[in-house]
Design a protein around this ligand. Structure first.
Ligand code: CA
Length: 230
């Protein structure tokens, strides 16, 4: 596989959960448990389908479905606070296998690595520096605190272009979730999916992924070939 010729690569936009950290199993578990405590049904597998939405977006979607109305601001805040607390009570998620090695290759090639996440999970954002030292510049990060719209809206990726001063044909996106892929595609960026979770490949391809790898390690192993002369 090779990137299209029109791409003159300058930056690689990494999603965080499920791409840099193997954190999704804990997120899914925490969502399911806290929603249940509030009388709301969200299975762990369905949580993967909503991955990338803002916390408020996920909560409202389930409330609409079940109660026929949006959650109040207080409900959103308390559910999201409890979910974050639950998530932080689990073991610390490990970096995804292959992520650090890929980041080294990206840096060695003179490309700029950026994080673009819908997450507002400060514990993980802080741990980026610990696990991937001297890799991500804070001023280039896009998190839940920067954007109004979560994925699948293109805003997070468009903001990354703006923050980094990059053109659309100068970046690629690496995403693991269907809504994240949709966001990358909606921003008209070349989007590589890595299927690191339990969903079938079909879900990521239907979301529009330009390329699909079964893991971060396989993407890392293919990186030189993929980016040769780009
Ligand atoms: Ca993700």
């Amino acid at each position: 596989m090779k990137l299209p010729e029109k791409i003159h690569l300058k930056a690689v936009l990494f999603d965080m959960d499920g791409v840099l950290f193997n954190s999704m199993p804990y997120h899914a578990k925490a969502w399911h448990k806290i929603m249940k405590q509030h009388g709301l049904d969200l299975s762990e597998t369905e949580a993967y389908m909503h991955e990338g939405r803002t916390g408020a977006g996920t909560i409202n979607l389930v409330c609409q479905r079940q109660w026929g109305k949006e959650a109040t601001q207080e409900e959103i805040e308390s559910i999201y606070r409890e979910k974050s607390k639950e998530f932080n009570s689990y073991p610390q998620p490990e970096p995804m296998t292959g992520a650090w090695q890929l980041l080294q290759k990206v840096k060695a090639a003179g490309l700029t690595p950026m994080v673009v996440t819908g997450s507002g999970q400060l514990s993980l954002i802080d741990r980026l520096e610990h696990h991937f030292p001297n890799t991500f510049k804070k001023e280039l990060m896009v998190t839940a605190y920067d954007v109004k719209h979560g994925k699948p809206h293109p805003e997070p990726y468009l903001m990354a272009l703006q923050k980094g001063g990059f053109q659309k044909d100068e970046v690629v996106v690496i995403e693991n979730a269907p809504l994240g892929v949709q966001a990358g595609i909606a921003a008209q960026l070349f989007t590589i999916a890595v299927n690191t979770g339990p969903l079938p490949d079909e879900v990521l391809l239907t979301a529009g992924a330009n390329l699909l790898y079964p893991s971060m390690q396989t993407l890392c192993d293919d990186w030189e070939k993929l980016t040769a002369n780009r």
